[in-house]
Write a protein that binds this ligand. Structure first.
Ligand code: MG
Length: 378
């Protein structure tokens, strides 16, 4: 038995609630108190463990319950008894065994890659190619409905060396958005500003309000209107002098193909959770880049474990060059679930070089946050 041919004999799934430090509002919904994610642990016959996270949001990707049962009921039989070397065939089977559930499939591929990396004694990024950089510039999102609290956050992250923020807009009126853009430009002139509506604008106001905020010359404006409004996205992209980014409109390579054909934007937020894994997220990035689009390293509401899959993706994918938003573990959750601190320093995320994902979760922390777990989880 080579190490890659060892069988996967255990699969544990947890649904956890992760407490957060503040309320956050977005065009499509709020986060208050905490957010829920689903965690996956695979165990091999030789005692190896691979971890992955399904970070879900019901208004965006799907519910945590859907991720939990996708893994526990529908994906479990595709994994148990297979070997670590079977990653690609397991992912193919999962793709067609259950529709959608992209976050669950992301957790699955991440856990398999984590095991593979540990056997190869390489970080996950090295399984895809060379490392493009040692660190990734970090953006922090500004989304508190109480802007005074966000001023405090802006001062704190500025002191920490963060020089990019993404302002969440489209949830509390146009004047509030204009006021915050003006305030950030005036008080933090050395911070790069990005804007994200999270689909918050109505079709009849989408173009005008996007153009109004373009006056502040942000690096990009993200997803002003609903995901399915491809024609309107294309019109806004044509008429807006600032780069338009698609997020909710593009999940996997299939969406990217159509989005490129219909010219709905000039950039895309790449997320492991939307694509159904690192392999497909890389595919989206390569397609986008080939079409002349720019790529941003987006995330959902994630713990440090979810961030790690995005970090390894970006380390191996230089096409994603607009920075990342893996800030939750340091700036948003009350306590992260990793056993070591998620590596953010001077406004950058540092890319781990340890085998696999590089940092293990802390089981005790997970158990304390658990609201549902598979019968086998121990
Ligand atoms: Mg977005």
């Amino acid at each position: 038995m080579t190490e890659y041919n060892q069988k996967i004999i255990g699969m544990d799934v947890w649904q956890i609630n992760v407490p957060v430090v503040s309320k956050r509002s977005h065009g499509i919904g709020d986060i208050e108190g905490g957010f829920e994610v689903v965690l996956l642990r695979l165990r091999s016959e030789a005692g190896l463990e691979g971890w992955g996270e399904a970070a879900c949001w019901s208004v965006f990707t799907g519910s945590p319950e859907a991720s939990f049962y996708a893994l526990d009921r529908y994906i479990r039989p595709l994994v148990i008894g297979k070997t670590i070397a079977d990653r690609q065939s397991i992912m193919l089977a999962a793709r067609y065994a259950i529709a959608h559930a992209s976050e669950a499939k992301s957790a699955l591929e991440t856990a398999l890659l984590d095991m593979e990396g540990q056997i190869a004694e390489k970080p996950v990024w090295a399984l895809f190619g060379d490392k493009s950089a040692d660190k990734i510039p970090l953006s922090v999102s500004i989304a508190d409905p109480d802007f005074n609290k966000d001023i405090g956050l802006l001062e704190r992250i500025h002191d920490d060396g963060v020089r990019m923020v993404k302002l969440k807009t489209g949830f509390a009126g146009h004047d509030f958005d204009l006021m915050r853009c003006e305030a950030i430009r005036k008080s933090f002139p050395d911070i790069a500003l990005r804007i994200d509506f999270n689909q918050g604008l109505q079709p009849d106001e989408g173009l005008a309000r996007t153009l109004d905020l373009a006056v502040f010359e942000p690096d990009f404006i993200e997803q002003p209107v609903r995901a399915h409004e491809y024609d309107l996205m294309a019109e806004i992209s044509r008429k807006c002098p600032v780069l338009l980014l698609a997020d909710e409109s593009i999940f996997g390579p299939e969406d990217m193909q159509r989005a490129e054909r219909e010219k709905i934007a000039g950039g895309v937020s790449i997320k492991v959770m939307k694509s159904g894994g690192l392999t497909r997220a890389r595919e989206v990035a390569l397609m986008a880049s080939k079409a002349g689009w720019q790529c941003y390293g987006g995330d959902m509401h994630e713990t440090g474990l979810g961030h790690l899959s995005g970090v390894h993706l970006m380390a191996a994918t230089p096409e994603i060059a607009l920075g990342c938003e893996f800030y939750h573990a340091k700036y948003y959750v009350r306590e992260d679930i990793l056993s070591d601190i998620f590596p953010i320093k001077n406004g950058y995320v540092e890319i781990p070089d340890n085998p696999g994902l590089g940092i293990k979760p802390d089981l005790e922390k997970i158990e304390n946050l658990t609201i549902r777990k598979s019968a086998m989880a121990r």
